[in-house]
Design a protein around this ligand. Structure first.
Ligand code: AMP
Ligand code: GLY
Length: 420
C-alpha cells in the first residue's frame, strides 16, 4: 500500500513512524513534513490547505491512501477533494470537520445526539457575553468559536480577562466550568462503525502544576491507571457512537478520527470539545502502544470496512511523551536555534525512547527550531514510572537555546500507580 500523509507536526511524525513499521506499507510519502519525518518518508512540497494540489500530488504518487493529519486542511475541504478524485482518504469532509471547526456547531450536534457536555451560550456582542459570564459565575470559560490551535480558550477567575477575551473574538461560546480530570479518547470511524482507541491524558497548560496559559499540549501519557476500566465502553456508548450516528442522520457522515476531549466530573463524563483528527501529543503515546499495524486500520475507515476489522491489539507497556517547546511558546516563539543531542538519544535511548519532530528544519548539516512546539520525546516502559524516567533522561540530552518543557508529565499518575 502506498500512503501519503499530509501535515508536518509530531503527530504526523508519529503516524509516519507507525506506518513505516507496517509491513503492508510499500511506499510512504509526507507533505510537507519536517526534518524528522524525512528519515522515514519521502517528503514533497505542497500547500496542505489546497485540496486540488493535494489530490494532484496523491494521484501523481499513485497513493492508495491519503491520511490528513491536522484540522486546518480538513476544515478547508482537502479530504473532499481527495475523495472526489477517487482516492481513499482518512479524514472527515469539510462539513463533518465543523465538529472541530465551530464550537457552536459541535454544541448543536451534542444537543441533537443527547451527548453530555457543559451548558453554554453562543455570544456575539459584549452585552450577551457579560450576561452569560454572570449567569455561570467564576471560573469563567470563554472559547473563540473558530479554529485556534488549542489556544482560543481562556479559563479564568478574572472577570475582566474573561470579558477581554470575549471582546477580542467575533463569536464566543461561554460555558459552565467543568471540574475533574481530563481524558482524551480517540475513535477511528467510517461513519457507521466506531472503534475506540486507548485513552490518554494531555497536559494543556504551559507550566508545571497546570499553571500558565493554554497551549496545544505539553505532554501526554497512556494508559490511565486511575481511570475506571469501563470508561472506554461507557464513552463509546454515551458519546462517540451517538455523535457519529447524529452526523450521519444530518447527512454529514463523519469518517476519520473522532477525538473526544472529556472531563470526568463528579456528575459523570462531560465532553469538553471534539476534534476531527488525531490529537497532538496524545497520538504519540497512543500509537506507541498500538500493536495492530496502522495502515489497514486507517484504510478500513476510509473505505467503510471497519465492521470487518479484527479487534485492535495493544501493548501492556506504558508510554509518556514530553513536548520540547521554543522560548516564549505559546506566545510568538523564537525560531532558528540549532538543536543538538538528538544523535545521542538515537544511540543511547532507542528503541525505548525516541524523538518525534514538529517545528524543525534542516539548515545545511544542522537541525534548527522552526516553530513553537519543536519536538516531542516519546518513551515506553513497563509502567509509567519507567516510561517517564526514560523520556526525561532523553530530554536531558537535548540542547536548544532557551527551550522549555514541563517536568511533571505523568508524575501524579505514576506516583499514584506506584503507591496503589
Ligand atoms: P478546548 O480547546 O475546548 O479543548 O479547551 C482547552 C482547554 O481548556 C481544555 O483542555 C480544558 O483544560 C479547558 N477547558 C475548556 N472548557 C472547559 C470547561 N467547560 N471547564 C473547564 N475547563 C475547560
Ligand atoms: N492535544 C490537544 C489537541 O490535539 O488538540
Amino acid at each position: 500500500m502506498k500512503v501519503l500523509v499530509i501535515g508536518s507536526g509530531a503527530r504526523e511524525h508519529a503516524l509516519c513512524r507507525s506506518l513505516s513499521l507496517d509491513p503492508d506499507v510499500t511506499a510512504l510519502h509526507c507533505a510537507p513534513g519536517n526534518a524528522g519525518i524525512a528519515e522515514v518518508a519521502e517528503l514533497h512540497q505542497v500547500d496542505a490547505l489546497d485540496g486540488a494540489a493535494v489530490s494532484a500530488l496523491a494521484a501523481r504518487l499513485g497513493a492508495d491512501l491519503v491520511v490528513v493529519g491536522p484540522e486546518a486542511p480538513l476544515v478547508a475541504g482537502v479530504a473532499d477533494a481527495v475523495r472526489d478524485a477517487g482516492i481513499p482518504v482518512f479524514g472527515p469532509s469539510k462539513e463533518a470537520a465543523q465538529l472541530e471547526g465551530s464550537k457552536a456547531f459541535a454544541k448543536d450536534v451534542m444537543a441533537g445526539a443527547g451527548v453530555p457536555t457543559a451548558r453554554s451560550y453562543v455570544c456575539t456582542t459584549p452585552d450577551e457575553a457579560a450576561d452569560a459570564l454572570d449567569a455561570f459565575g467564576a471560573p469563567y470559560v470563554v472559547k473563540d468559536d473558530g479554529l485556534a490551535a488549542g489556544k482560543g480558550v481562556v479559563v479564568t477567575d478574572d472577570i475582566e480577562a474573561a470579558k477581554a477575551h470575549a471582546g477580542a473574538c467575533k463569536q464566543v461560546v461561554i460555558e459552565e466550568y467543568l471540574d475533574g480530570p481530563e481524558v482524551s479518547l480517540f475513535a477511528v470511524t467510517d461513519g457507521v462503525t466506531v472503534l475506540p482507541l486507548q485513552p490518554a491524558q494531555d497536559f494543556k497548560r504551559a507550566l508545571d502544576g497546570d499553571a500558565g496559559p493554554n497551549t496545544g499540549g505539553m505532554g501526554a501519557y497512556s494508559p490511565l491507571p486511575w481511570a475506571d476500566p469501563k470508561l472506554v465502553d461507557e464513552v463509546t456508548q454515551s458519546v462517540l457512537q451517538p455523535t457519529v450516528d447524529e452526523l450521519r442522520r444530518r447527512g454529514t457522515p463523519f469518517s476519520g478520527l473522532l477525538y473526544a476531549g472529556l472531563a470526568i466530573t463528579s456528575r459523570g463524563v462531560r465532553v469538553i470539545e471534539f476534534n476531527a483528527r488525531f490529537g497532538d501529543p496524545e497520538t504519540q503515546v497512543v500509537l506507541a502502544r498500538l500493536k495492530t499495524p496502522l495502515a489497514g486500520v486507517l484504510m478500513a475507515a476510509a473505505t467503510g470496512d471497519l465492521a470487518d476489522l479484527e479487534p485492535l491489539r495493544w501493548s501492556d507497556d506504558a508510554a509518556v511523551t514530553v513536548v520540547v517547546a521554543s522560548h516564549n511558546y505559546p506566545g510568538t516563539p523564537r525560531t532558528g536555534d540549532p538543536i543538538t543531542g538528538l544523535d545521542e538519544i538515537a544511540a543511547q535511548d532507542a528503541p525505548h525512547a525516541y524523538v518525534l519532530h514538529a517545528g524543525t528544519k534542516r539548515e545545511g548539516d544542522a537541525t534548527v527550531s522552526a516553530g513553537g512546539r519543536v519536538l516531542s520525546v516519546t518513551a515506553t516502559g513497563e509502567d509509567l514510572t519507567e516510561a517517564r524516567d526514560r523520556a526525561y533522561r532523553a530530554v536531558a540530552r537535548i540542547r536548544l537555546d532557551g527551550f522549555q518543557h514541563r517536568t511533571d508529565i505523568a508524575a501524579e499518575a505514576a506516583e499514584a500507580a506506584r503507591t496503589a
